[in-house]
Design a protein around this ligand. Structure first.
Ligand SMILES: [Cu+2]
Length: 323
């Protein structure tokens, strides 16, 4: 609707229309209230102006009137609240089957890594018509991943993952901004999201990486770091078998149950003693300082891939096409 009348960026994601509709509703509502209030100010100023012989009268309260002016605004605010909440929850919950892209922010650039192993800087290529889930962290200060055309903005924090997702609906090149002041060159921390036709995207994927998939990198790192001395995929070793744990609830020693998501796996690697798996001893050493963000990402991708293999067995990570 606004293509030829660009008051705001083109809506290029499946969620953009909902956000715009709510925004337009709020603007119209505010505009209407503004008009009503100013009209009444003028009307009352004329109607109750000073005239000789007219005197103000004391008005006692009126219950129906007070109920009305409480209930009507409440109803309007509830509409805004429910509408906003529906959009918020939709934006907060990535679809299960979404393709993951790992984002590492640092002063002052965006590093992006695809599951297939492709790495990009300040440029994110994605296929049109697919659900894309961003798993983001920062190497230093707080940044914020902002793509106006998709109507998504999410803070990116050091020391943990935050996520965002989108479903691009039209090919094109869109702005990517850092929306959290992060130091001298904050304003230069910009990039672009390039939405490609699926065939173009596949061609790009096939042409690119000589590194192997993220999960395959994770697997070799897993060996290099000696993880298999405790974590074996055939039997239960000194540490829990990691096959199939991703996305499942984990029973902890203290009786709690947590979901094995990206943040949990990350914490298990960097501060293993924070949550102890039921039935195991806190013998896992911390890998804090031994692995950087990219390597944590690769390890997570590998552990995830152990849950994806259809056989369920010790599914080795598949090498990327072309390796
Ligand atoms: Cu930044």
């Amino acid at each position: 609707m606004f293509d030829n009348f660009p008051l705001w960026p083109v809506p290029a994601s499946s969620g953009a229309g909902n956000v715009d509709a709510l925004f337009i509703f709020l603007v119209l509502l505010a505009g209407f209230m503004c008009l009503a209030i100013f009209t009444l100010i003028v009307v009352f100023a004329v109607k109750f102006r000073y005239r000789r012989g007219h005197r103000a009268e004391q008005i006692e309260g009126s219950v129906p009137l007070e109920v009305t002016w409480s209930a009507v605004p409440l109803a309007i605010f509830m509409v805004i609240f429910v509408w906003g909440a529906v959009i918020f929850f939709r934006e907060r919950t990535p679809p299960r089957e979404a393709d993951a892209v790992y984002v590492v922010a640092k002063q002052w650039m965006w590093k992006l890594e695809h599951e297939q192993g492709q790495k990009e800087i300040n440029e994110l290529r994605v296929p049109v018509g697919r659900d894309i889930k961003l798993i983001m962290t920062s190497q230093d200060v707080i940044h914020s991943f902002y793509v106006p055309a998709f109507r998504i903005k999410q803070d990116v924090l050091p020391g943990r993952y935050t996520t965002a997702w989108f479903h691009a609906t039209r090919p094109g090149v869109y702005h990517l901004f850092c929306a959290e002041y992060c130091g001298t060159e904050h304003s230069g921390m910009i990039g672009q999201v390039v939405v490609l036709e699926p065939a173009q995207y596949e061609a790009w994927l096939a042409g690119g990486s000589t590194f192997g998939s993220l999960a395959a990198n994770g697997e070799s790192l897993f060996r290099q770091l000696g993880c298999p001395t405790c974590h074996r995929s055939d039997i239960q070793g000194r540490g829990p078998n990691l096959v199939g744990i991703f996305g499942k609830p984990v029973q902890l020693e203290d009786g709690r149950t947590v979901m094995a998501d990206e943040n949990y796996i990350r914490e298990s690697i960097l501060s293993p003693n924070a949550k102890i798996v039921s039935g195991f001893k806190p013998i896992m050493p911390t890998f804090q300082g031994l692995v950087d963000e990219d390597q944590v990402t690769a390890l997570i991708a590998y552990i995830k891939s152990l849950s994806r293999s259809p056989e369920g067995a010790a599914g080795p990570a598949k090498p990327a096409p072309g390796t």
